[in-house]
Design a protein around this ligand. Structure first.
Ligand code: 5GP
Length: 179
């Protein structure tokens, strides 16, 4: 375990297994619906999850990326703006938004609003992690990897001041490092 962590919350093996399961859930959902979603990943955090999950979706999906600036330190401001936009039209597309974590839900609400304003037909959400105890707006992911307690986590795409993203598991950062 990394020396800056107090515990490992989700192991590499658990993430891998859950991505296989979620890939099947998503494939079954869109097969029944009769459509193929465009996967939209919000950089940088969710790109690691996108890479693992997309391999398990058994359809010819396309991917696109957006970069939003929303989070400073360990508290969400909810003040999200686009730093890098999608490079194609999503008019009348079914979108599967790939998120790293839904915490207060403010970011998800903003991003879904942006995608709807761009003319998406439908926006569903797949999030690796969900912290429901911290929710302040009525938003949730449609496909959730792991529900976790109210702890500040890093790894598998999640950072603290741009560090720890490349760790292959999710760990709890020692409080003394950010408090
Ligand atoms: P929300 O707007 O739902 O509060 O927060 C969404 C964003 O906050 C996530 O995309 C992520 O960047 C960041 N975030 C929320 N909780 C955590 C956490 O426990 N660890 C890290 N590293 N980022 C978090």
């Amino acid at each position: 375990m990394h020396k800056d962590f107090s515990e490992i919350l989700v192991s590499e093996e658990q993430i891998y297994q859950r991505c296989v399961e979620m890939g099947k859930e998503i494939t079954d959902y869109y097969t029944a619906k009769g459509s193929i979603p465009l996967l939209v990943s919000v950089l940088k955090g969710s790109s690691f999850f996108l890479t693992e999950l997309s391999k398990r979706i058994n359809m010819d999906v396309e991917v696109d990326f957006m970069c939003m600036e929303s989070y400073h330190g360990t508290e969400s401001t909810g003040d999200v703006h686009i730093v890098m936009d999608l490079d194609r039209s999503i008019q009348d597309c079914d979108i599967l938004l790939i998120e790293d974590i839904v915490d207060t839900g403010k970011t998800l609400k903003k991003v879904k609003g942006i995608l709807n304003n761009k003319g998406a037909r439908d926006v569903k959400v797949a999030s690796l992690l969900d912290k429901p105890s911290r929710r302040v707006v009525d938003e949730k992911a449609d496909f959730v990897g792991f529900v976790i307690p109210d702890k500040f986590v890093v790894g598998f795409g999640l950072d603290y001041n741009q560090k720890y993203r490349t760790l292959p598991y999710i760990g709890v950062l020692k409080e003394e490092l950010y408090k």
